[in-house]
Write a protein that binds this ligand. Sequence first.
Ligand code: COI
Length: 376
Amino acid sequence: MNQPTPTPAPVSLPFETAHVPPAERLDAAARDERMRSPGFGRVLTEHMVTIRWTEGTGWHDARVSPYRGLEIDPATVGVHYGQIVFEGLKAYSLADGEVGIFRPDAAARRLQRSAARLAMPEMPTELFTDALVELVRADRDWVPSEVGKSLYLRPVLMATEADLDLRPAREYLFLLIAFVTDNFFPGELRPRTVWICEDYVRAAPGGTGEAKTPGNYAASLLAQEQARDRGCDQVVWLDAVERRWVEEMGGMNLFFAVGPEDSPRLLTPPLGGTILPGMTRDSLITIARDLGYPTSEEPVSVAEWRGWAGDGSLREVFACGTAAVVTPVGTVRSASGDWAVNGGRPGPIATRLRTALLDIQHGLVPDRHGWVLPVG
Ligand code: COI
């Protein structure tokens, strides 16, 4: 678990490019209207990237084309057996007028690890990054200029061989689409109410929890419905073995701030095969340390969480992810009782970390860690 996979050999391909003809593109006024209140995943851009992989040939046929539906064989392996992995990252308007993609190399590495877990070919970092740059340049007009809005990039790698024998496929399609987003959670820093789920688990040791694969998300929906039925916004996942260690919240990682008000420390559950290695999680660990918060990856039990809330040492809890950025938790509900975090209010640490992250993403402060790839 968590072993680094060998980096695939560099591959660079020429992209065959067919843009939407200027006369058929949305005009600026119509585009601005669509981008005003985009929500999450609805305001798709006008182009897409496709790249194919075939056994014996490897990566080939890289294209930028107008966004369109796909025609797939009804016997496609990905559809039947779920041999699919995906990513999520964002492009932002930078203060100098350019556009930057946030941590494309980290997303490439995670896609490689997810692919390795599902016995799929690993896309080389260069090719993955080239695909992102090609799409962002083709859809440059869709990158919002306001801080807090961004262009969400959604790469997907899917087994496309039409042969239902249960074995790794010999043909794959890499797809990259993009949509404009403000935030996964409208209303941004409104603290969320969460439900501690004891009936279902998201991931078990040896399973696929650390891979970004659609089955993990499909399997989370019923618990998410259960949380909604109990008046909660999101589900909190516990470990599969003891059902006492906190793992994730919905599709996001969690942080806890504990200790004296003037010197709190930050904790986040350690990756161990069952937790998605979030890029926002990783970025916040670094930013928190830069800001002087002692920060460690340590297991947190539900009993500790409740105990800290009771004895006054719990300062804040917040979730993070590419889609959600940083989102405070205000109220916790569980089968054995409810408790509040920071009186149900957003706290200064979540607010400070969120601002520090967005400042880097939008090029408002120096990019000390080399996280932003400017693409013109
Ligand atoms: C993200 O945070 O970008 C994710 O991939 C979670 C998403 C499925 C809402």
